[in-house]
Design a protein around this ligand. Structure first.
Ligand SMILES: *Cc1c(COP(=O)(O)O)cnc(C)c1O
Length: 385
C-alpha cells in the first residue's frame, strides 16, 4: 500500500505513552481522575435536545442540507451576533454553518495556505492548527505566547522573512491551553497587523462564552473594517455542552467565506438540518442561560483547584476564560515527566504542556470537566505526594 507522503507530516500520536499508562492504571484498579480531555461533563440543555427530537421527525430535514447552512440558521447566527457583539452581518454572504469549528478551521487553512506559504500560529497551540497547515503543504511559523506578555503575541518581533511569505494569521482567545484572554485593544493591533501584511485573519472563538469574573470576550469583527479580511469561527460545543453534535459557524469576510465554501463544497454536504434548527433555537432561547450557569460551575471548580494548588506551593494563574488551568510543573520537571508522575503516583490524568508546542514545555494543562468532589480529591492526592 502506498500511503500519501502528507500523512507522514502529522507526527505520531503524542499521548500514546500516557494512554498506555492510563489503561494500565485502570487495569490495576486505580481510581483515575481524568483532567486530560477538554470535553464538558454536563449534558446538552433539555430544551435543545427536545427541539432536535422534534426536528428529526420532519421529512424535509432528511434530504441533503444546504452546504452553507440553512437560511434559518444563518439568520439566527446573524441576529445573535448583533445581540452579543453589536456587529451587523449579512446572513447570505457573511455567515456559514460548520460541522463543528474544527472542520471550519481545517478547511480555512486549505482555503488560505498554498504549498510554501507561511501560517502564523500561536505557540502553545491547538495541535490541529499545525498539522492541517503541514497537510496543506504550508509552513507553520510560531508566535510564542509568553506569560510575561499575558500570552499575547508581539507582532513586532515576527521574523521578517517568514512574514513576507505569510498568508494566514490564526489566533484563539480565550486561549486553549493557557486560559489567557484578549481585549478589544489587542484585536485592534492584530487586525491592523493583518491588514498591513495582507493576511487573512482567522480567529477561533471556541471559548468566547466560557469566561469568568465579569470578563466578556470581544470579537475581532468589532474592530471597524476588520470584516474585509477577518473570519471569526464559533462553536456550539463548549457554549451549550454540544461537543458531540458537530455544529459551529464562520462569520465575517464574504470574500474569505466564499473561498472556504469552495473547499467545503468539495468535501462535505453541510450540517444535518435538524441540528441546525436545534442550534438556532439554542441561540434564540437558551443563550445566555446555559453558558452563565456553566461559568458559575466552572468558576467554583477553578477556585477549588487554584486555591488548593497554590496552598501546596504550585504556580498556577486564575484564568478568566476557558475551563483549563495552565500549571507550572514543580521543581523544573519536564511536562512529560510531570504528567507521568501525576498519573503514576496520584492517579491523575493531565496534559503535558509540550503537547501544545515548544512554548508549553514546563507546564501541564488540567481540564475542569470533573465535579467539585473529584477536584478536592485531586488536590488531596497532590498534597500527599
Ligand atoms: C474545543 C475546541 C474547539 C471546538 O471544536 P468543535 O469542532 O467546534 O467541537 C475549537 N478550538 C479549540 C481551541 C478548542 O479547544
Amino acid at each position: 500500500m502506498k500511503i500519501a507522503e502528507r500523512v507522514g507530516r502529522v507526527p505520531p500520536y503524542q499521548f500514546a505513552e500516557i494512554d498506555r499508562k492510563k489503561e494500565q492504571a485502570i487495569a490495576r484498579g486505580v481510581d483515575v481522575i481524568n483532567l486530560g480531555v477538554g470535553d464538558p461533563d454536563q449534558p446538552t440543555p433539555a430544551d435543545i435536545v427536545e427541539q432536535a427530537c422534534a426536528e428529526i421527525r420532519k421529512p424535509e430535514h432528511h434530504r441533503y442540507p444546504a452546504y452553507e447552512g440553512s437560511a434559518r440558521f444563518r439568520r439566527a447566527v446573524a441576529a445573535w451576533y448583533r445581540r452579543r457583539y453589536g456587529v451587523e452581518l449579512d446572513p447570505d454572504r457573511e455567515v456559514m454553518a460548520l460541522i463543528g469549528s474544527k472542520e471550519g478551521i481545517a478547511h480555512a487553512i486549505w482555503a488560505f495556505v498554498d504549498p510554501g506559504d507561511v501560517a502564523l500560529l500561536p505557540d502553545p497551540y491547538f495541535p490541529m492548527y499545525v498539522n492541517q497547515t503541514r497537510l496543506a503543504g504550508g509552513e507553520p511559523h510560531f508566535l510564542p505566547l509568553r506569560a510575561e506578555a499575558g500570552y499575547l503575541p508581539r507582532f513586532e518581533e515576527i521574523d521578517r522573512a517568514a512574514l513576507s511569505r505569510a498568508s494566514l494569521l490564526l489566533l484563539n482567545y480565550p486561549h486553549n491551553p493557557t486560559g489567557a484572554v484578549a481585549d478589544l485593544a489587542f484585536f485592534e493591533r492584530a487586525t491592523a497587523f493583518a491588514r498591513a501584511h495582507d493576511l487573512v485573519f482567522v480567529h477561533d472563538s471556541a471559548y468566547a462564552e466560557v469566561t469568568f469574573d465579569g470578563y466578556v470576550a470581544p470579537s475581532p469583527l468589532q474592530v471597524p473594517g476588520a470584516k474585509e479580511f477577518t473570519i471569526d469561527i464559533g462553536s456550539f460545543s463548549k457554549t451549550f455542552n454540544m461537543t458531540g453534535w458537530r455544529v459551529g459557524y464562520a462569520v465575517g469576510s464574504a470574500e474569505a467565506l466564499k473561498a472556504l465554501g469552495v473547499i467545503k463544497m468539495q468535501t462535505d454536504s453541510g450540517v444535518f438540518t435538524a441540528i441546525q434548527e436545534a442550534a438556532a433555537a439554542a441561540l434564540e432561547r437558551d443563550w445566555p442561560a446555559t453558558p452563565r450557569q456553566m461559568n458559575a460551575l466552572y468558576a467554583r471548580r477553578r477556585d477549588i483547584m487554584v486555591d488548593g494548588l497554590t496552598r501546596l506551593g504550585w504556580r498556577v494563574e486564575r484564568p478568566r476564560g476557558t475551563f483549563y488551568l495552565w500549571v507550572k510543573t514543580p521543581d523544573g520537571m519536564s511536562s512529560a515527566d510531570a504528567a507521568a508522575w501525576l498519573l503514576e503516583k496520584a492517579g491523575l490524568i493531565v496534559m503535558p504542556g509540550s503537547a501544545f508546542g515548544a512554548a508549553g514545555e514546563g507546564y501541564i494543562r488540567m481540564a475542569l470537566t470533573v465535579g467539585e468532589d473529584r477536584l478536592r480529591e485531586a488536590v488531596e492526592r497532590i498534597a500527599g505526594l
